[in-house]
Design a protein around this ligand. Sequence first.
Ligand SMILES: [Zn+2]
Ligand SMILES: [Zn+2]
Length: 423
Amino acid sequence: MKIRILGGGREVGRAAVAVRSDSRYLLLDYGINFDEKDIPQLPLHIRPSELAAVAVSHAHLDHIGALPMLYTSFKIPAVMTRVTKELSKIMLSDFLKISGYYLPYEQVDIEVMLDSTLDLYYDSEVRFGDYNIKLVNAGHIPGSAMIYVEIGGAKILYTGDINTIDTRLVKGAFMDGLEADVLITEGTYGNSIHPKREEIEKEFIESVKEVIDEGGNVLIPAFSLGRSQEVLLLLYERLRWANVYYDGMIRVINDILVSHPEYLNRYDLLVRALKEFRMVRSSSERRKIVKSRGNIIVSSAGMLKGGPAVYYLKKLSSDPSNSIFLVSYQGPTTPGRLLLEDGCYTENGESVKARVQWFDFSSHAGADGLIRLARSIRGLSKVILVHSEEETGMIFKEKLQEHLTDVDIYFPVNGDNLLIDIS
Ligand SMILES: [Zn+2]
Ligand SMILES: [Zn+2]
């Protein structure tokens, strides 16, 4: 069996792995990354004619952002969950609007890709040529899937992005009776263990309450798909009397999510939260919010790279009674990372007087969850570690090896061709 690493080799994001037993490849995700100038970085090239099919783990751009470029002159069958398919349409069209100049595809290619997609619910199976494919819940965001592939007698399990704990938004990854020869696993947080979720939530809620009780406003920049809804659910459970607003692309995403209760953990709670909290519909409403006091605003984008969060940040950051609470991963060189490390959001910019704090609401498993998953898999003989920064991955590889003494562990770079012998 041959495994080609087209992206996600010693980096977080740009997930793209191709597996092959004989003539044609099965592609697992085809995502992008951004460089320090915010220019999209594509995965390595693969000829569409070499592909038998594509299987997609979930709708984050670092897993789907490059997919439509394979459809400019070909129609390759693709498989993903139904909600991932609907979310992908929104995510890709929006991405094209913002970064289209750098992308080798157009809206019509997104449509062709979606037309070529078969949607599959968890635990059901489909066959493309030699490949038998099954999707199981990955617990990361609604619709996220681990991909099970059977080729000949060999079994591969690709995690995509995975979370092993239950959140209000989604149930944790399915981990019962997993069986595979090869595990291709993410390792975003392979070198750390997240603090207990209940403790983070307690600290977060107390901090938010403290700010609004004293008449300040709280801005919570959050990814529009996943983190925003999780934060709204938490706020609804604990502070439902507060003035909570949500703004940005989250509004369209919410519409898709609530039409798929089968992919949500606390569906009823989400419906109520979205109804009772206020959706911001216009810029005049935005102006009113920043002029009043005691508000909580959940808005995209999570790393402050764009969206209405940037407007709120500009209006709220000079007042020390306000707070900016970051709840998402902050990529290197993003305004969010700058804000945390240097206290301003542009280089040599004015320093921010509002309180700034980061809370670990990760939707990725920590080292303990990833190791638990790997150890639970029967028949495992190889692990391929992807979606992990170099330093993190090296530490994780060593840790994993201590637990899996008989297993070969690889930590490849982009462009590597691994020849895997399963006998
Ligand atoms: Zn990812
Ligand atoms: Zn993701």
